[in-house]
Ligand binder design. Structure first.
Ligand code: FES
Ligand SMILES: [Fe+2]
Length: 427
């Protein structure tokens, strides 16, 4: 559990709040590259860490992220005209480039201030730096003097032919969404779609995994090893500060024909205190096996976020306003939840906790170790920033070589030795 004060410290993300300032020491995704489809395309509204912004792609193809309101008299930049390397406010025509510099001010004479200097050079729109990679437009919203090296994770470096990025709106605080991601113990209950077959329960009880959590210089790695009659099943995922989970994908005991060896994961990025963008990534980790669009869409659909599952603004059609279209008959016969889509099941329990869950009322057990460690790391990050230090993992190179795994190996082998090479990024 957390005290109400600690809960507040971790969940609030506005400017000046402890966690808000910690988030402002990391590169985070602002939107998908595909949302800025081409140079000079329409601008896109972006709300991030409680700040209203507008993203645009200029004539050169560079992404800009600026204040949602013009510095002249606060007209909405969303209605701006994206033209010739800048976004022009349509109220009086002031125009700004991706750095926020005012490059044209037709409403003012060239020499307009009392001392005769150029007024234009004194006005800028607030702008955050961007970096585009992995299908995401990343941004850094903190002090310029502490800007870390740009994102350099394997999912960012995977070739475009081998990866698929996406995003979904989740209507609750970012931390309860993230906690669902690091808590792997819920999967055998909540995501089980075949409860008529009780063998999983038998396996589960007979083969309680050996769980291990290891703190690292980017967050932690979490391993679960199950000893089955003829092999060991090893699963290792990574939590990368402040909000990335990377995991292997579950393989059958044999690689089916057409199976694509994938690594998946999420980044839970606060829109504000009560709404979250869940950025999803998946990539084929075998350079010889591209990830086809069809394969990716199949995965997205099983997760509940396929093209037919979302509205154009990335909201799930099965959402809290219609109780996720829970099917009580399905709940009796096939699954615990009666809700279709793995991520939809996650959203159902996390959103319906309320916008910010009251963690002073929890009772955490032994399987909540990853959740507890995540909170400790995040609290430590807020304190580091308050001391004027950079928080753990803010330099992405700390996690540049890590790779999760989900493998079956022979009994008796030490997985740390057998899988050593599998746990190192190759892109
Ligand atoms: S309000 Fe934007 S130019 Fe005047
Ligand atoms: Fe889940």
């Amino acid at each position: 559990m957390l005290t109400p004060q600690e809960n507040d410290r971790l969940t609030r993300v506005g400017k000046g709040t402890p966690m808000g300032e910690a988030f402002r020491r990391y590169w985070i995704p602002a939107l998908l590259s595909e949302e800025l489809a081409e140079p000079d395309c329409p601008p896109v509204r972006v709300r991030l860490l409680g700040e209203d912004l507008v993203a645009f792609r200029d004539t050169n193809g560079d992404a800009g992220l600026v204040d949602a309101f013009c510095p002249h008299r606060r007209a909405p930049m969303f209605f701006g005209r994206n033209e010739e390397c800048g976004l022009r406010c349509v109220y009086h025509g002031w125009k700004f480039d991706t750095n926020g510099t005012c490059v044209d001010m037709p409403s003012e004479p060239a020499l307009s201030s009392s001392n005769g200097s150029l007024f234009k050079t004194k006005v800028a729109i607030a702008a955050y730096p961007t970096f585009e990679a992995g299908g995401f437009v990343w941004t850094y919203m903190g002090p310029r003097e502490t800007i870390p090296p740009p994102p350099d994770y394997e999912f960012v470096r995977a070739p475009a032919t081998h990866r698929y990025p996406s995003k979904t709106l989740e209507e609750c605080n970012w931390l309860q969404a993230l906690e669902g991601g690091v808590d792997s113990s819920h999967a055998t209950i909540m995501h089980n779609m075949n409860i008529g077959d009780r063998s999983w329960l038998h396996d589960f009880e007979a083969t309680v995994p050996r769980l291990d959590l290891e703190r690292t210089d980017y967050g932690f790695s979490y391993s679960g090893v199950r000893t089955l009659p003829d092999h060991q099943w090893v699963r290792v995922y990574h939590f990368v500060m402040p909000t990335i989970q990377m995991r292997g994908t579950i393989q059958g005991s044999d690689l089916q024909e057409g199976y694509i060896p994938r690594i998946d994961g999420h980044l839970w990025i606060p829109i504000d205190d009560e709404n979250t963008w869940v950025f999803n990534f998946m990539y084929s980790y075998d350079p010889a096996t591209p990830l086809s669009h069809e394969e990716a869409l199949g995965v997205e659909t099983r997760a509940g976020r396929g093209p037919d599952d979302l509205t154009p603004d990335y909201r799930a059609k099965r959402n809290k306003h219609n109780d996720y279209l829970i099917d009580r008959a399905l709940q009796k016969s096939a699954s615990f939840t009666g809700i279709k889509g793995v991520n939809t099941q996650d959203f159902a329990v996390q959103e319906a906790m309320g916008p910010i869950v009251d963690r002073s009322k929890e009772h955490l057990g032994t399987t909540d170790r990853a959740v507890i460690t995540t909170r400790q790391l995040l609290l430590e990050a807020t304190r580091a920033v308050e001391r004027g230090e950079m928080p753990l993992g803010s330099d992405p190179t700390a996690a540049r070589a890590v790779r999760p795994a989900d493998h079956r190996i022979a009994c008796g082998l030490d997985w740390r030795v057998t899988l050593r090479d599998e746990l190192i990024a190759r892109y």
